[in-house]
Ligand binder design. Structure first.
Ligand code: GUN
Ligand code: ZN
Length: 480
């Protein structure tokens, strides 16, 4: 554990007196500097018990002990008192489908039947721009309610779904990555593109959206069974033409799926090799699931700087299998967490961590609480190669952060009270926590949760309103 501030408290918070966009947040600050692994590797995180996070024009300006930083603040800067709530970087979800918001909790089937019975029919509705826009609004509300500030998102095969998503995300100022699904076979005819139309539409969407505001594009072949080799080659061409664009797909999730891929691509060495031969395994490629891989494939992914997204709630719900953390680590393969809504059962990264912990237990492995929160923050940013901007607190990084209320429910409060160490507290938060624990979510320094809650919660929000009040009252205090 270290308590050294990452921005020197000695240097005054300067040149900000002229800006109305400066604020400071006081609370317990926790963020990660590296992967803590199974045990609390020394220096892997920074915990500042009474800390101050200074935000200027949407970016972190300083982080350090409140006692040291408060005297350096120019007069009139509002200090928002969060009591003993935890301030952490916003959560990062490395695999989610916005077009499956209304598929969540449709069940009783394994992957391939679930796709046919629930998912494809639902995704059809995203040909309609108004429907797509309204789901995108709900989806982003839900992410923010749960403290997730960045996600790698599947849209549907329709360009309308991508435009609607990016328009809403741009308006809200969130950092999001998304892409149009490519799918030219083995799915309902009205959900198919062709190698030519899919490539052309993806190119146009990249040119329109990639790098605009805080948005990035991801080339998105759904998975090997729904793309011909010709389509995958086209996706590879796009990847070569746009080297800083993301790539996302599914890989080695379910035994029947893997067998099917073997039949469809007999010339490929493995499921991963289908993507690899098309040039889709590289830096900024993120493959969801990666459950049933061998060490050759894991090592190949690691060498290519690709990443895996571990989606425990989905893997349990669809009965897909248990992600092997130890084998992934042994191969040096980077991974982070994904909710995989709607195969996944929650938008909450806390619930996702809880199921990740149980998946590890089932494999006689360990997901330490410190590592779990690392994976949900800096680990996610690293998997997406965005750690220069998000996932940690350092001067100049974007001020996307969450406030976690240690007394959000009576049970959480009781168990936190009984916890001695940081690890014990984090285990309580991830085991018992969900959106109720997320008292506030800030995007580029702006609070998001008041608007979200006012719109959607009605009577159920009474508890939260109290906790918001407790955590978010802007201190009348003004520092000289
Ligand atoms: N494989 C191909 N498509 C999907 C999907 O939508 N969800 C999941 N979990 N796996 C997939
Ligand atoms: Zn998925």
């Amino acid at each position: 554990m270290t308590s050294a501030p990452s921005c020197s408290p000695g240097s005054p918070v300067a040149a900000r007196t002229d800006s109305p966009q400066v604020s400071a947040h006081r609370g317990t600050i926790l963020h990660f500097l590296s992967d803590p692994g199974d045990s609390a590797a020394a220096g892997s995180y920074e915990l500042i018990e009474d800390g101050l996070l200074v935000v200027a024009n949407g970016r972190i300006d300083a982080v350090g002990p409140a006692q040291a930083l408060l005297p350096t603040l120019p007069a009139g800067i509002p200090v928002i008192e969060h009591g003993d709530s935890l301030l952490m970087p916003g959560f990062i979800d490395t695999h989610i489908h916005y077009v499956q918001t209304d598929v969540i909790a449709s069940g009783g089937r394994q992957l391939l039947d679930w796709l046919e019975d629930y998912t494809f029919p639902e995704e059809r509705r995203f040909a309609d721009a108004a429907h797509a826009a309204s789901v995108a609004e709900f989806f982003l509300d839900e992410l923010l309610r749960n403290g997730t500030t960045t996600a790698l998102v599947f849209c549907s095969v329709h360009e309308t779904s991508v435009n609607a998503f990016f328009e809403v995300a741009e308006r809200r100022g969130v950092r999001m990555i998304a892409g149009k699904v490519l799918m030219d076979r083995n799915c309902p005819p009205d959900l198919r593109d062709t190698p030519e139309t899919g490539e052309r539409a993806s190119r146009e969407l990249i040119e329109r959206w990639h790098g605009r505001a805080r948005l990035h594009y991801a080339i998105t072949p759904r998975f090997a069974p729904t793309s011909s080799d010709e389509q995958l080659q086209g996706a590879g061409r796009l990847a070569r033409a746009f080297p800083d664009v993301f790539i996302q797909s599914h890989l080695a999730e379910n035994h029947a799926e893997i067998k099917w891929v073997g039949e469809l691509f007999p010339e490929a060495r493995s499921y991963l090799d289908v993507y690899d031969r098309a040039g889709l395994v590289r830096d900024r490629s993120v493959f969801a699931h990666c459950i049933h891989l061998n060490s050759t494939d894991r090592t190949r992914m690691a060498h290519a700087h690709a990443a895996a997204s571990f989606c425990p709630t989905s893997n349990l719900y669809l009965g897909s299998g248990l992600f092997d953390i130890a084998a992934t680590d042994a191969a040096g393969l980077r991974f982070a967490l994904g909710t995989d809504v709607g195969g996944g059962t929650s938008f909450s990264m806390l619930r996702t961590l809880a199921d990740g912990y149980k998946v590890a237990q089932m494999g006689l492995q360990r997901l330490s609480p410190l590592r779990a929160f690392y994976l949900a923050t800096l680990g996610g940013a690293r998997a997406l190669k965005l750690d220069d901007r998000i996932g940690r607190f350092a001067r100049g990084t974007e001020a996307d952060f969450v406030v976690l209320d240690l007394r959000a429910t009576p049970l959480v409060a009781r168990r936190i009270e009984q916890s001695r160490t940081l690890e014990e507290k984090l285990l309580v938060l991830m085991t018992l926590g969900d959106e109720r624990v997320v008292a506030q979510t800030y995007v580029m320094g702006q609070a998001t949760r008041h608007a979200v809650d006012a719109g959607a919660l009605g009577g159920a929000s009474a508890n939260r309103a109290q906790s918001l009040h407790r955590s978010h009252a802007v201190s009348p205090q003004r520092h000289p």
